[in-house]
Design a protein around this ligand. Structure first.
Ligand SMILES: NC(=O)c1ccc[n+]([C@@H]2O[C@H](COP(=O)([O-])OP(=O)(O)OC[C@H]3O[C@@H](n4cnc5c(N)ncnc54)[C@H](O)[C@@H]3O)[C@@H](O)[C@H]2O)c1
Ligand SMILES: O=CCCC(=O)O
Length: 514
């Protein structure tokens, strides 16, 4: 099945298109044979199926992770680093490049319409919809987490701590936390997994991954590459599920073998998993939703602010947790900023991610379109004007026109809820004090951005924004090396940078009688 499926999509390396879950080193169907249909958001057509697994398969995966933990936790940091670096190499290896075609991927490649790309990019574009360029950027981003944490594996140092009394020596050692449950969203099908998998494996943990039902193939391809890189059977397990997600999630949070739950996704699901994880006092890290403010002050470099807003707002068609959701512009530069942003947005080309002309792909599904429509209708009903776009694009697939709403009043739904779509809401302000109050008036606290050339203001505003990450004169903050995460209801813990600590426990060993 996997092989004919891969051939249908023009994948030379057929092993990368896996259509089963992965438990204890074996590709597995659901016990009852049930499947989940996965479709291409650009066409609405099914691209394949994966198993609809349940509690029993989840328990098997947890047991496999527990069994393999016994040996994996004792692997030396040096060997661990080597295996992780092999994983990074197979993720970026040039021999994985393929000839693929734009638009009609089922036809034979033709010489002049064939960009060279990586098979993982193609899988991601097919199931998520993002453009091949964005998919390529994501695979690079994805592998950067594996590389970063491979290097961290050899630096998980303990401490010696001077004792307050004679005869005692205090030493700490860092130990892997144990079996980790990894639950991730569809918007970055690969990078949101490796951001967790990298530190977990490097720390010596073993894992059960529960990928999103919308984009399971990227997750399964990652696992296949990890297997080839040399991770032993049972170290990485994958349970695919959709309808059974409630009971699978409960099992992952309540099973006593699992010692850590790490989740990226919406705040609503984060809260549910948080409460379920409390019963067994698990270590947790949650990267949840956002509603980022983006502020353009009167002293801003407007060219830079327009570029920053276009990138920050419309990256992945507005479907990132750190996308600007509310754009506050000082009244004195409002008209100029709005018209220049509109000119920039008018150059966007919306379409299939496989088309090399496309700059912005579809939204993930119709539910996503519906939410964006509701936010636009709510803002327009309260007095906002549609400067550009404003509606769904007719035809197959779930496309929404890149949109700018001007004169948006502060009391609209998108001020408090994550839109997760290509809608820039422009809100006028007069003073720094007023805009900070508006920017912080939300339960979210993931990222915040602003443009100003006044060094005093830059410090003041950066310190005053109630968020985990600030972009001061930049609309792009993400990389493997930053402490990624939010405050308030946007999350708990940090990924990237010092993120390996999230997968380790500090143990004190006090030596007496010295
Ligand atoms: N803070 C971050 O780093 C970050 C990064 C990417 C995405 N996100 C957020 O993710 C959201 C979009 O992704 P999504 O729609 O996939 O989010 P989601 O919360 O619906 O799903 C995330 C994951 O949780 C699973 N899930 C859903 N219900 C569950 C349940 N009852 N029990 C266990 N698991 C369950 C899903 O299948 C998926 O694997 C947005 O809110 C976005 O801001 C946050
Ligand atoms: O969607 C959220 C993650 C995006 C990022 O890591 O930049």
């Amino acid at each position: 099945m996997a092989s004919s499926f891969a051939a249908a999509f023009g994948l030379k390396d057929e092993g990368l298109l896996q259509t089963k879950g992965y438990i204890a080193g074996r590709w597995r169907d659901a016990l009852d044979g049930a499947t989940i249909s996965v479709s291409n958001p650009a066409t609405g057509e099914e691209i394949g199926t994966v198993p609809e697994m349940g509690v029993k398969e989840t328990q098997e995966a947890i047991t496999a992770a527990q069994d393999s933990f016994k040996a994996w936790k004792r692997t030396t940091a040096k060997v661990n680093r080597r295996v992780s670096l092999s994983f990074e190499r197979v993720l970026t290896a040039p021999n994985l490049s393929i000839q693929m075609i734009s638009q009609k991927f089922w036809e034979a490649p033709s010489a002049n319409s064939v960009p060279k790309t990586h098979e993982l990019n193609l899988i991601q574009t097919l199931e998520n919809g993002k453009t091949l360029n964005d998919a390529k950027a994501e695979i690079t981003y994805s592998s950067s987490f594996i590389e970063w944490f491979a290097e961290e594996a050899v630096r998980t140092y303990g401490e010696t701590i001077p004792a307050p009394v004679p005869g005692i020596r205090n030493v700490t050692v860092m130990q892997p936390v144990g079996v980790c449950a990894i639950l991730t969203p569809w918007n970055f099908p690969s990078a949101m997994i490796t951001r967790k998998l990298g530190p977990a494996l490097a720390a010596g943990c073993t894992v059960v991954v529960k990928p999103p039902p919308e984009t399971p193939f990227s997750a399964l391809a990652l696992v296949e590459l990890a297997r080839r890189a040399g991770f032993p059977d049972g170290v990485i397990n994958v349970v695919t599920t959709m309808k059974n997600v409630g009971e699978v999630g409960k099992e992952l949070c309540e099973n006593t073998i699992v010692r850590k739950v790490t989740f990226t996704g919406s705040t609503a699901v984060a809260k549910l998993l948080y409460s379920m994880s409390a019963s067994t006092m698990k270590k947790i890290s949650f990267e949840a939703g956002g509603n980022s403010p983006f502020i353009v002050f009167d002293d801003a470099d407007i060219d830079a602010a327009v570029e920053g807003a276009a990138l920050c707002k419309y990256r992945a068609s507005g479907q990132t947790c750190v996308c600007a959701n509310r754009i506050y512009v000082h009244s004195s530069v409002y008209a100029e900023f709005a018209s220049r942003l509109a000119a920039k947005v008018a150059t966007f080309k919306v379409g299939s991610g496989l088309d090399k002309e496309t700059t912005h792909g579809p939204l993930i599904h119709d539910r996503a379109i519906k939410k964006v429509e509701e936010h636009v209708a709510d803002a327009v009903g309260k007095g906002a004007q549609v400067l550009i776009g404003g509606s769904r694009l007719e035809g197959p697939g779930s496309f929404f026109a890149p949109t700018i709403l001007s004169d948006v009043p502060p009391n609209v739904r998108l001020s408090n809820e994550e839109t997760f779509g290509p809608v820039a809401a422009l809100i006028k302000f007069e003073t720094e004090e007023e805009v900070l109050k508006l920017a912080n008036d939300t339960q979210y606290g993931l990222a915040g951005y602003f443009y100003s050339r006044d060094i005093g203001r830059v410090w003041r505003v950066a310190e005053a924004l109630e968020v985990g990450m600030v972009g001061a004169n930049t609309g792009m903050i993400s990389s493997a090396v930053i402490p990624f995460g939010g405050v308030k209801e946007s999350g708990l813990g940090r990924e990237g940078a010092h993120g390996i600590q999230e997968y380790m426990q500090t143990k004190l060993i006090a030596f007496g009688g010295v």
